[in-house]
Design a protein around this ligand. Structure first.
Ligand code: FPP
Length: 233
């Protein structure tokens, strides 16, 4: 079983358009799958689940679609916090959160606090997230720590660097074991670039609104058949 699963939830727009619905309807159906995948991951004992909900590039989308996405996020948080708490799921957010509409930021902040004591599973939403920006941010923190005498250049290690990434609250689970991208596209799209160094990749051909628990289990089955050598023999 992978300890950390990361998912690029791709294909909502195509799913809706193929059925003659507006694109946002795909996002609505996508939230159902978010709930399902969170529940199943927790049941299976996954320790960290990171979902790419919005990239820095997604700001280019039409205003109406953005509005729907933020409304869905707020609704999800409002409706699910109790359930997450009951299941010991701690919430994290990575990305340029300050760019989000204030109402969404407020909702998230409340949930982060409410769930801060939970420790069974880490659920992270990547929102206005970019992997290169995250790495640059860590580099800036390192430079600042060195120039202000808190860190010696000779002490900069992978661990010191990881500790300054946005995923540092995940601790020992920050490295991704299994990266899934739905919809058949085979790209990383700037997601968790550092954390995916030794990840296994799975690209199921189903669109995100069709990614049921059964599909997740199929991905896990394929993961189980991989031979992970981490550079060894
Ligand atoms: C990619 O599909 C999906 C997104 C950009 C948004 C994902 C968001 C959700 C699943 C709902 C958000 C809610 C919560 C609770 C985080 P796409 O629109 O790029 O699809 P396409 O490639 O077919 O156009």
């Amino acid at each position: 079983m992978p300890k950390h699963i990361a998912i690029i939830m791709d294909g909502n727009g195509r799913w809706a358009q193929a059925r003659g619905y507006p694109r946002f309807y795909g996002h609505i159906r996508g939230v159902t799958r978010v709930k399902e995948v969170v529940r199943t991951s927790r049941e299976l004992g996954v320790k960290a689940l990171t979902l790419y909900a919005f990239s820095t590039e997604n700001w280019k989308r039409p205003e109406d679609e953005l509005k729907v996405l933020w409304a869905l996020l707020r609704k999800y948080i409002r409706k699910e916090v109790k359930e997450l708490k009951k299941n010991g799921i701690r919430l994290h957010v990575i990305g340029e959160i300050e760019r989000l509409p204030e109402a969404a930021q407020r909702e998230l902040k409340g949930a982060l606090e409410e769930l801060s004591d939970c420790s069974e599973m880490h659920l992270t939403f990547a929102l206005s997230y970019g992997g290169r920006t995250e790495i640059l941010d860590a580099a800036r923190k390192i430079v600042s720590d060195c120039s202000e005498g808190r860190l010696n250049i000779s002490d900069i290690s992978e661990k010191v660097f990881s500790d300054r990434l946005w995923t540092s609250p995940l601790g020992e689970y920050a490295d991704v074991d299994l990266m899934i991208r739905t919809s058949g596209e085979q790209r990383l799209s700037n997601f968790l670039l550092w954390q995916c160094s030794y990840a296994e990749f799975d690209f199921p051909a189903v669109l995100w609104p069709d990614f049921t628990s059964e599909e997740l289990k199929k991905s896990l089955q394929r993961f189980g058949e991989r031979n992970r050598r981490f550079g060894g023999v």
